[in-house]
Ligand binder design. Sequence first.
Ligand code: 5GP
Length: 294
Amino acid sequence: MLPEASARTERVQFAHDSEAEFARILDFYGISWLYEPRSFPLRWEDDRILEAFTPDFFLPDLNLYVEITTLRQKLATEKNRKVRLLRQLYPEINVKLLNKKDYLRLVAKYGYGPPDAKKLPDIDRVLFSAGQIQRRVHELGARISRDYRGKSPVAVGVLKGVFFFMADLLRHISLPVSVDFMAISSYEGDSAGAVKILKDLDLHIVKEHVLLVEDIVDTGMTLNRVVERLRSQRPASLKVCALLDKRARRLVDVHLDYVGFEVPDEFVVGYGLDYRQRYRNLPFIGTLKQELLS
Ligand code: 5GP
């Protein structure tokens, strides 16, 4: 049995800087890892192990052991031999020997590519990787499909932040679903204003089963307003599905029927969510550097 995959870089003594760097990259992308969790005997005589190999990392999400090569060719050749032997003796084990180029490509699979300070100047850290989001959205879609079995719900999204989530969620709902969108004004320091409906529903929802889909619920004020508006049109039922719940900041107590992830009290961007209209197209959800918001 392997230990819990919750190791963080600061709690682990790494043998080499390259391993610490790899762990930091995995942390940045929200990929869980274990450092040297298991040794594989490679040669033995009776009960005595003559040679063993301990890969540097195990990545539970990928079911993959990773060994990182250093730059010295002699060491790399020796590691190659051990990895070949490990594959022969334990064919069920996935193991990869990575040079620097390889491992940057591996993390790129999980999102935006290797962290590059010039490309992502405002992102502090990744909260949910593209892979984590997809898995959670799949689960939510399966639950909604079960709960609405035999019905044809109307999914209503509130623009713009919800467009990634809506598109992915609907692909995991195995029911005939109608889709509509609303757009509302957001508060911009105008004390005379109230939430305005900029785009109302095209569909009639009287006696329909409505699933309101939201990107993030913060104070709850927006959602509360939208729920009131939808209720006034007398749907048969109304449930709310929010990808992110920033519960710590709630002012209006709105009931959420389905929640993707709870998020801390920080400003988040990506996967549809913006900061001054930027970052919506990031495939992961990350937090912004604090200094940008102060
Ligand atoms: P609420 O009315 O619940 O306070 O705010 C909801 C709306 O505020 C969301 O639909 C979203 O547009 C915006 N919002 C709240 N928190 C965040 C955040 O952390 N990041 C981004 N990009 N938008 C947020």
